[in-house]
Write a protein that binds this ligand. Structure first.
Ligand code: NAP
Length: 322
């Protein structure tokens, strides 16, 4: 099969190779998926760059993807052959991800892809969509609440704005850095975080109360704002940070009673994973989710794809055709 891989950490153009590799065979409990698409996420370039140690001498990157089940291993219902699927955790604690013609992985990690959903959209679900869902669902959900989605034009943020509404939030505010991003995010209110006083605008928009929940893309950059924008005893669900270390103002935080919930989508508890996958599929079947595919490239252009995601140069998800 055609695949992209790296055998050491480093810059995309120094370490990524595209070539031929043996097609895997599905082991017991596994399915073999012929991949149509592979999604590129920030985690993929960070891991390739060395943020996590190499899990094997050769790594095929990317955790997200979509395709069709072509074969199954022992113990998997043969009725799954021919099923369109989307994939989660393709390259989490496993060497071979989705930047390839095929992937063999445990059957539950290939989730049925609703008929009306494209393979391109299917490559955005495992990380961006499930992260957005978890950031809103964890610790009680957002029904009837006011939510601030930090960075609402991002891959995760764009889903989070939509899902906050779908989950019953009464007001969705976002922060952005441009008018284009404000339009793309589609929240009730967009605050331009580089030119406006975010705390003041949030207080204005919430009648001085603060938001019930912040969905945070960069806690290192925005942590100091938290006690000024979260209501008493509110929550920040944090899924990202621009820096390895985060500082929070202890005095104001303790007075605000705010909770900060950290999570990583790769490590969702089994029950939450099942609930999240079912919820995404239900929304897609009802035509309620809009997917932002910002760029599609052939697998051969994986270096350009990594560099684009690393530079934050594309509005929407970057997807490879395998
Ligand atoms: N915990 C998890 O499981 C998990 C899952 C997915 C992603 N992540 C992490 O979350 C981050 C975002 O991922 P993504 O795929 O959504 O990336 P993305 O598509 O590049 O989106 C990031 C968005 O955040 C905005 N942004 C950057 N700095 C900001 C700030 N200080 N305040 C408000 N907005 C800011 C960016 O726009 P501007 O630069 O124009 O403001 C951009 O719209 C990455 O660090 C990624 O590694 C974590």
């Amino acid at each position: 099969m055609r695949a992209a891989w790296y055998e050491r950490n480093g810059p995309a153009r120094d370490v990524l190779v595209v070539g031929e590799m043996p097609t895997p065979t599905p082991g017991p409990g596994e399915v073999l998926v012929r991949l149509a698409t592979s999604g590129v996420n920030p985690s993929d370039w960070k891991t390739r760059g060395g943020s996590r140690p190499m899990v094997a001498p050769r790594v095929i990157p990317h955790s997200d993807g979509a395709g069709v089940i072509e074969a199954v291993g022992d113990g998997v219902d043969r009725a799954r052959i021919g099923e369109r699927v989307w994939i989660w955790n393709g390259q989490w604690k496993r060497p071979f991800g989705t930047a390839a013609g095929y992937i063999a992985l445990p059957s539950p990690q290939a989730v049925r892809l609703p008929d009306g959903t494209s393979f391109e959209a299917g490559a955005c679900l495992g990380i961006p969509a499930l992260t957005a869902w978890r950031a809103l669902q964890v610790d009680g959900g957002v029904a009837g609440q006011t939510v601030l989605v930090s960075g609402g034009a991002g891959a995760v943020g764009h889903y989070a704005v939509q899902m906050a509404r779908l989950m019953g939030a009464k007001q969705v505010i976002t922060t952005v850095s441009s008018a284009d991003k404000a339009a793309h995010a589609g929240a009730d209110h967009a605050i331009h975080y580089r030119s406006e006083d975010v705390a003041e605008r949030v207080r204005e928009l919430t009648g001085g109360r603060g938001v019930d929940r912040v969905v945070e893309v960069d806690l290192a950059a925005n942590g100091a704002l938290l006690p000024k924008i979260v209501r008493q005893d509110g929550i920040c669900a944090c899924y990202g940070s621009g820096k390895a270390e985060v500082t929070l103002p202890f005095g104001p935080m303790i007075v605000s009673g705010a909770a900060v919930r950290f999570f990583i989508v790769y490590e969702l508890p089994e029950g939450a994973r099942r609930e999240g996958c079912a919820q995404l599929n239900a929304w897609m079947e009802q035509g309620k989710l809009t997917h932002a595919i910002g760029a599609t490239l052939p697998l051969a252009d994986i270096v350009a794809a990594h560099e684009a995601v690393e530079a934050g140069a594309v509005l929407g998800n970057v997807v490879l055709h395998c």
